[in-house]
Write a protein of this length. Structure first.
Ligand code: AMP
Length: 429
């Protein structure tokens, strides 16, 4: 399947060619024809699947088929949970629309509103926004949606997790009922289905890369480690040159900052990205990471949402997430648009239940690296082990420091296999 087969107009075809895309991704193949026909759509897909182009391309094609009325109203609204994701979506519209005379504006909180208000006065066709700031500006009378044609809710599950549901509902209540609505979500829990039922009209459902198959492409490994040894283990892993562009996740902003400091004492340049940083500091950290100036970016879950950086070689879960869906989001940062990647996770005693949940969700038993310098006693097989794994050898730091080979294939897992894709089946929740 080629982009040409999707009946895209020449200005868009030239733009995707300029982006270097050779063929559409599965979500693009499924979604583009439906959106072009004006249908509502419920898309189960995570970031990294090419979903932005899956909605941006056909939306822009529809806009250019019917040129703007003379008073130039906002015709498309895209809601995204975080500033980073909103910015990326805005940038995608700009790149894909480079050969079309469409204007787009992105607005989000955490920065002064005046430049955004000025931008809105320049009559954008497409508005990309985070819910809080949008509602603010709507309440101040700066934005009207009476001629809105298309609404996109991106990463709807995250939007709900972040407590935006009331804002989102208020915004939707102010939109024309007659419109096309697209809702994308990485997961489809009941509350998302309820929201979808209430705002979508006879939607087409498209689903790509269900979680288990996405994670299969990623070479995953667990390191059982004592809490106090996590930092040393991280420094040890980062001493391998094969661990290049690395995204490290911590549970809290404070831990992210602490870790950056610790890494710098080990002469490893790292930067942190999280909600307490100013917008400009976050953008700087992200662009340094993108350009390779910074090798290690330490992030919290929310800040990392939608980080769109190609060629992340490793994701390291310094702390395991307590929400198993976050694990899938996190490690998905390393396998963008078909690439493969490596994800290491540190697991201390208290995080063991999180690991059980994660393995249940992804329906596989993540291989354990048994021989590493900081292996904890957690690696010792336990007959009551809920996940059914027999893992680790409890080896002590001094005895096997040299035998560890990070960045290479993980050691054998419970099934005697060193193939990360080998799976155990768990009942789904
Ligand atoms: P998204 O899921 O929209 O965040 O896209 C993930 C990444 O895939 C981005 O870096 C896009 O530039 C890239 N991408 C989107 N569509 C394609 C395609 N058809 N071929 C190659 N890369 C793509």
């Amino acid at each position: 399947m080629q982009f040409e087969d999707l009946k895209l107009i020449d200005p868009l075809l030239r733009a995707v060619r300029a982006e270097g895309y050779t063929e559409p991704t599965p979500i693009q193949v499924q979604a583009i024809p439906q959106v072009l026909e004006g249908k509502d759509l419920l898309g189960c897909a995570q970031t990294g699947t090419g979903k932005t182009a899956a909605f941006a391309l056909p939306i822009m094609q529809r806009l250019s088929a019917a040129p703007s009325p003379s008073n130039r109203p906002i015709r498309v609204l895209v809601l995204a949970p975080t500033r980073e994701l909103a910015t990326q979506i805005g940038e995608s519209f700009r790149s894909y629309g480079r050969n079309l005379p469409l204007k787009q504006v992105t607005i989000f909180g955490g920065v002064g509103q005046n430049p955004q208000v000025d931008a809105l006065r320049r009559s954008p066709d497409i508005l990309v926004a985070t819910p809080g700031r949008l509602l603010d500006l709507m309440n101040q009378g700066y934005i009207r949606f009476d001629r809105l044609e298309v609404l996109v809710l991106d990463e709807a599950d995250r939007m709900l997790d972040m407590g935006f549901i009331h804002d989102v509902k208020r915004i939707i209540a102010a939109l024309p009922k007659q419109r096309q609505t697209l809702l994308f979500s990485a997961t489809m829990p009941q509350d998302i289905q309820d929201l979808a039922n209430s705002i979508l009209n006879n939607p087409v459902y498209v689903e790509v890369t269900p979680q288990a198959t996405t994670v299969e492409k990623i070479q995953q490994a667990i390191y059982f480690v004592e809490k106090n040894d996590k930092r040393s283990l991280l420094v040890h892993l980062l001493s391998d040159k094969a661990v290049k562009r690395t995204l490290v996740f911590t549970r809290t902003k404070h831990r992210a900052n602490q870790l950056v400091k610790h890494l710098s004492t080990a002469s490893i340049h790292a930067e942190a990205i999280h909600g307490n940083k100013s917008q400009s500091a976050r953008e700087k950290a992200l662009s340094n990471f993108k350009s390779g100036v910074t090798r290690v970016l330490v992030a919290t879950d929310i800040a990392a949402r939608g980080i769109d950086v190609d060629d992340i070689t490793h994701v390291i879960n310094f702390d395991l997430p307590n929400e198993s869906e976050s694990y899938v989001h996190r490690i998905g940062r390393t396998a963008r648009a078909g690439a493969s990647g490596i994800a290491f996770s540190f697991c201390e005693e208290e995080e063991r239940p999180y690991l059980v949940d994660i393995e249940r969700l992804i329906r596989m038993n993540v291989p354990v690296v048994e021989n590493h310098p900081y292996a904890s006693k957690l690696g010792v097989p336990s007959p009551t082990d809920l996940s059914g794994r027999r893992s680790g050898n409890g080896s002590r730091p001094s005895s096997n420091r040299s035998s560890h080979s990070n960045g290479q294939r993980p050691q054998r897992d419970a099934n005697g296999s060193n193939n990360p894709a080998r799976r155990r089946r768990y009942p789904t929740r």
